[in-house]
Design a protein around this ligand. Structure first.
Ligand code: NOJ
Length: 762
């Protein structure tokens, strides 16, 4: 009897531990969700399961009568039959409620999840992501995305296709504007801050939304910077550079991922079993769901890796692309494939489980209309405090690239200024590309804000000088039609001559970057450089304000302008942020998240290059890794950005020169603000693994701190390094930490650093 009891007990304990092992969730809430998912799954027909994996874009008036045209009428009915799991591009409470009502009419009444590209704000526009990244201020970034989520959720949404965490080393690619820049460490910190901002601490709250890490993986490296092109990156670079921000998203709890349009080393990212099954699910243990990019499952035919739409569905489903965005491959073929045994029903169950899990976590089963409150929508969108927050972060995103003889900031009582250039009065560029529901919203122009903030006695002269375009490019125009017309130059020169100082506001328009906006020439477009050259000839101090969505090649401007302020596209309040820096109300603190090349011939260009056997040592010896017609040096290095304060670094100390694997190494450095103005500095910490099994980058960012230092004060900034900062992925793609000598570098950008060394022991 006793023996029987013990055996029973043993069986019970074994069963329990098996249950714990197979069910990923750890806490009660998660366990409850898993039970609900299983119950629901048991009731679902195969058609209904596949339905969850099907996503439609909004293409009819959801609040009107049932659509009359065949395509939309069919889609309308598909939702009611439970054959659709999600919709994208449905905006605002009224429409979302209408679509949700259709879904709730279905047999099992499974609610839809609604996604939209909320890239840098929903209605209130924040700086474009590359600008946000220039803040190096994770709290500010989190706050911007928090507000984006508050607005999007107030408009009925529960899912954003953001953040884009694609590292990119190629500014020809238009989508660099949508990302965090070139560095995996900075990119990972930004990724975490964004996920936190969107998802908050409680996904089931009605003002948080699901994030979507995209485009898995390495989409930021299209060959030749050409949009949608194939990607060839070594496994070393994939593991050490492109994957870390995605891993950071997993660690931060990103609910969803999106794949990409590209092939990675020949294999499409969509349905890529190595990326999704092996790395994302098996290695990283992620349990969220993967949506395809728009039509990317269907495009497998065009890549030539599937013979027809049916085969694309097979590849997509077996590669754990859980949801098909608009290629209808699953809708048309998945059932057949399951019946034929080409896709196992268990694979479908896994995908559906992941999708339902997200819906449960968002609380959609508790109340499918939880985001649908007209009153709240009205109160929330474009709220004053959102605009104020947008202004705060916009100021932080501006990067001062040059300031000869401290010409900036200007006195508000300056006698006269000339504002010249095609973007001076522009109210469109600041809004930036991928601007979601900004619609006809206008950004504050530089002119308007300067006029408001300068003394009444200052004379402001204005001339446009030139256009950027002959005809403005909209998002859907194929070609840019740059304006070669210089007829406005004469007036611009005359205007410049009347003033004490010239501020030229030049750059790209907002639709010159973003998706489908690669450029092969990244100079100032049109005749803007010639305009600057003419302004320079007047002998007046020349301050250049840049608006652009990517690093530009501006060697002439860098050499000849007296000051340069990089402002990206700074959002709704762009003009106010820019004026506050020009007039000294805000001391600039932004730093570049991407290297500025001197010429396109240097691209790809990035600070964390691998060591070479023949590094350029600045001698005349030709047989070194360099060019015969120009320098290797970038125009502005990664991490660069000036301040009106003058920061000096001294007294770097490390608390030990030998470190064991489990030690923490402490690094202290004094940063003195040797000026009369309080300022913020981003103190950056880099390492160099001097001897490793595979070549390591000459510098890798491993920490940074943005600190406010009062005028005349010295602050000791402390960093800690542990083995977790010294790991890399080796030639077997294992995370290793190799004993040996390391260099530590601390400084104001990736180029200007002070150095120390330590040895890591076993
Ligand atoms: C295509 C883009 O690549 C992706 O980033 C975006 O989320 C989808 N379209 C949906 O708009």
């Amino acid at each position: 009897m006793e023996v029987l009891k013990i055996i029973k007990k043993l069986i019970f304990v074994m069963a329990l531990s098996c249950a714990i092992l197979v069910s990923e969730p750890l806490n009660n809430k998660d366990n409850k969700i898993e039970n609900k998912i299983n119950n629901l799954l048991n009731k679902m027909t195969l058609d209904e399961k596949i339905g969850q994996m099907n996503q439609y874009s909004n293409s009819w008036d959801l609040t009107g009568p049932k659509p009359k045209d065949n395509r939309n009428e069919a889609r309308y009915d598909d939702i009611r039959k439970g054959l659709v799991g999600s919709m994208l591009n449905v905006n605002y409470v009224k429409n979302i409620r209408a679509a949700q009502e259709l879904a709730l009419e279905s047999r099992l009444g499974i609610p839809l999840i609604f996604g939209v590209d909320v890239i840098h704000g929903y209605k209130t526009m924040f700086p474009i992501p590359l600008g946000l990244s220039s803040t190096w201020d994770m709290q500010a970034i989190e706050k911007a995305e928090r507000i984006a989520a508050i607005e999007a959720s107030a408009a009925g949404l529960n899912w954003t296709f953001s953040p884009m965490v694609d590292i990119s080393r190629d500014p020809r690619w238009g989508r660099v504007m949508e990302g965090g820049g070139e560095d995996p460490y900075l990119g990972s910190q930004i990724a975490k801050a964004k996920i936190k901002g969107y998802q908050g601490n409680d996904l089931s709250a009605n003002n948080t939304i699901a994030a979507c890490a995209k485009h898995f993986a390495a989409y930021g490296a299209p060959t030749a910077g050409r949009e949608y092109n194939s990607v060839e990156v070594s496994m070393n670079t994939l593991y050490n550079i492109y994957l870390p921000p995605f891993k950071a998203c997993v660690d931060a709890g990103a609910l969803t991922f999106m794949n990409g349009f590209h092939t990675l080393n020949g294999i499409p990212a969509t349905g890529n079993q190595f990326l999704v099954n092996d790395i994302l699910h098996d290695k990283w243990g992620w349990d969220g769901f993967m949506v395809s990019d728009w039509g990317s499952i269907g495009e497998l035919q065009v890549h030539g890796t599937a013979k027809d739409l049916k085969q694309t569905a097979e590849i997509g489903a077996n590669g754990s692309t859980d949801m098909d965005m608009e290629s209808l491959a699953y809708f048309k073929h998945l059932k057949e494939l399951v019946i034929e045994g080409k896709v196992k029903e268990e694979k479908i169950n896994d995908s559906v489980r992941r999708i339902l899990r997200a819906k449960f976590k968002l609380g959609l089963f508790d109340d499918p209309y939880r985001y649908c409150n007209e009153e709240r929508q009205k109160k929330t969108l474009l709220a004053d405090e959102h605009k104020k927050a947008s202004l705060d972060v916009a100021k932080k995103s501006l990067v001062l690239l040059k300031n000869e003889k401290s010409i900036l900031p200007l006195s508000k009582n300056i006698k006269s200024i000339a504002l010249i250039g095609p973007l001076v009065k522009d109210t469109d560029a600041g809004i930036g590309g991928w601007s979601c529901q900004a619609g006809d919203e206008k950004a504050v122009s530089v002119y308007e804000s300067m006029e408001r903030n300068l003394s009444k006695n200052t004379k402001i002269f204005y001339a446009k000088g030139c256009e950027i375009y002959g005809k403005e490019r909209t998002r859907y125009d194929l070609k840019i039609d740059l304006d070669e017309n210089k007829s406005g130059f004469a007036k611009a020169i005359k205007t410049a001559k009347k003033a004490d100082v010239v501020i030229a506001v030049v750059g790209e328009t907002r639709h010159m970057s973003g998706e489908a906006s690669s450029r092969m020439n990244i100079d100032l477009p049109g005749v803007q450089k010639e305009l600057l050259m003419e302004l320079k000839k007047t002998g007046k101090p020349l301050i250049v304000v840049l608006m652009n969505g990517r690093p530009l090649t501006i060697p002439w401007t860098a050499e000849n302008a007296d000051a340069i302020l990089e402002t990206w596209f700074a959002g709704h309040m762009a003009g106010d942020a820019i004026a506050s820096v020009l007039l000294g109300d805000y001391n600039p603190s932004g730093k570049l998240p991407m290297t500025f090349p001197r010429t396109v011939g240097q691209i790809p260009i990035y600070y964390n290059q691998l060591s070479t056997g023949r590094p350029d040592n600045n001698t005349d010896w030709p047989y070194l890794s360099k060019y015969i017609d120009g320098s290797n040096k970038p125009q502005y290095p990664f991490g660069f950005g000036l301040s009106y304060s003058n920061f000096e670094y001294s007294n770097m100390k490390i608390d030990k020169s030998e470190m064991r694997m489990d030690d923490i190494l402490k690094i202290n450095i004094d940063v003195t603000n040797n000026s009369k103005i309080d300022g913020e500095e981003v103190v950056q910490l880099y390492i160099h693994d001097l001897v490793a099994k595979i070549a390591r980058p000459i510098k890798e960012l491993k920490g940074f701190q943005k600190v406010m230092i009062k005028a005349g004060e010295t602050r000791t900034v402390e960093f800690e390094i542990s083995k977790h900062d010294l790991f890399y992925y080796n030639d077997k793609y294992e995370k290793v930490c190799e004993p040996g000598e390391f260099e530590i570098m601390v400084g104001t950008n990736s180029n200007d650093v002070v150095t120390a060394k330590f040895t890591l022991n076993k």
